[in-house]
Design a protein around this ligand. Structure first.
Ligand code: AAL
Length: 418
């Protein structure tokens, strides 16, 4: 009884205090204050002013919609699954044109799974791959240039497959980091470390370092099996290489992202003691923004479909909630390697889609994404709140047989009771 009296009095005084506050400060104003008002606010309104760069998305530099364009210049064998291009690098501009590198697979069959794979039949879409590259005058029409990093001979790192690359320009030289598989992906899991090749020109020739530069974590650590999506930026005078790992194991695999830093592109890299630094996401897409680093956090985890920001490059917080995000985005970032103290942001890049056909012809295609995550552009067409989808878009995501059966049962139970 005593506890009930205490609870009721807490509830009474709490409501009373809010009534008092309302009496003193009046209702929240109709015109949204641009600056945080000096009044007692609910948790939601505190967050609306403290967590985001502006109280409305239209003015939030890290909010955007994404627009997509099919690329010209790539052949996919009529999408029969034998040719795949995926996991594009960041885009750079050199020698008067754009460059992008990507995972290239050209095999006699589409992927057949770990049990059926062999020296010519791939287990997965990124098995038995090389790193290829293409150049473009405008970012829409591309000219494929061919192989940049082939699979090295056994037992060198990556002899089974080299995939999921990204580019670093450091002191006039170029470095391609990539996943180096020494077994077919899917044999145990998607297990691999990261290797690197280097060149004096973005056109190569590329020399493999033939050593692991980002090792797997120790046994029992979150990144013990896979170091995916190596993504180097230059920040605070160092190489900040972000990466993904698949942790927790099946059936509840989780993807989180870590950071390793180095003073030399060939290492040694030191993993951040606070890893994982991003608790969600899939492929890594980050860029310098103002004095910090921004991240596109896609697909997986509690905080998927967000753009996040860390003013120290390590401690990320949600900066906006977005939709239809680019998968495996490789943005064009003019200040990716300038060690900028005022990152200007991004407006376009290359991403991939793995949903072109059925799983039988599994492969991926590259496409272009555009956005307004730039301090130098204010594109209202990219800052709208939502996208209108046609009914058929919703109906495509319908109930499965188990869900329909559950609803049928619920209806029957309800009729029995009434
Ligand atoms: C991609 C990336 C890595 C994974 C596989 C190929 O989306 O996350 O590269 O290993 O999937």
């Amino acid at each position: 009884m005593r506890n009930i009296i205490i609870l009721l009095s807490i509830l009474f005084f709490s409501c009373a205090s809010h009534q008092d506050v309302k009496a003193q400060q009046g209702g929240f104003p109709f015109k949204l204050p641009i600056k945080k008002p000096n009044r007692e606010l609910s948790a939601a309104m505190e967050r609306n002013y403290d967590a985001y760069m502006a109280p409305i998305p239209q003015n939030n530099e890290l909010y955007t919609q994404f627009k997509y364009t099919e690329l010209k210049g790539f052949d996919y064998n009529n999408h029969n699954g034998t040719i795949s291009r995926r996991d594009p690098s960041k885009v750079i501009f050199a020698n008067g044109k754009y460059y992008v590198w990507y995972t290239y697979r050209n095999t006699p069959t589409p992927p057949q799974g770990a049990a059926k794979c062999n020296d010519t039949i791939p287990s997965s879409d990124w098995d038995l791959c090389e790193i290829w590259y293409a150049t473009s005058e405008d970012g829409f029409t591309w000219e494929e240039q061919g192989v940049a990093v082939p699979r090295p001979p056994k037992p060198n790192v990556g002899w089974r497959s080299v995939s999921t690359t990204d580019i670093l320009e450091w002191k006039g030289k170029y470095y391609l980091y990539y996943q180096g598989f020494m077994q077919a992906s899917g044999k145990r899991g998607d297990d691999c470390p990261v290797a690197v090749s280097y060149a004096d020109s973005p056109d190569g020739p590329w020399t493999p370092y033939n050593k692991i530069v980002i090792p797997n974590g120790a046994e029992g650590e979150w990144d013990q099996y896979s170091i995916h999506d190596p993504y180097p930026l230059v920040y605070k005078g160092k190489i900040y290489l972000y990466y993904k790992s698949d942790a927790n194991g099946q059936p509840n695999l989780i993807r989180m992202q870590g950071l390793a830093t180095a003073d030399n592109p060939l290492g040694p890299f030191t993993k951040c003691p606070l890893n994982p630094v991003i608790n969600s996401g899939h492929e890594t897409t980050l860029f310098p923004f103002k004095e910090g680093i921004a991240a596109l956090v896609i697909r997986d985890g509690n905080e998927h479909n967000t753009i996040q920001y860390a003013e120290d490059g390590v401690n990320f917080n949600i900066a906006s909630i977005v939709s239809l995000m680019p998968n495996a985005g490789g943005p064009f970032i003019p200040d990716a390697f300038t060690d900028t103290k005022d990152g200007r942001g991004i407006t376009w890049g290359i991403s991939h889609l793995t949903t072109v056909t059925t799983w039988k012809e599994n492969h991926a295609i590259l496409l272009r994404f555009d956005c307004d995550l730039s301090q130098d552009v204010h594109d209202e067409g990219m800052k709208r709140n939502h996208i209108y989808y046609k009914p058929e878009h919703y109906y495509k995501h319908g109930l499965n047989a188990k869900q329909k059966a559950r609803i049928l049962e619920e209806n029957k139970e309800l009729k029995k009771k009434n």
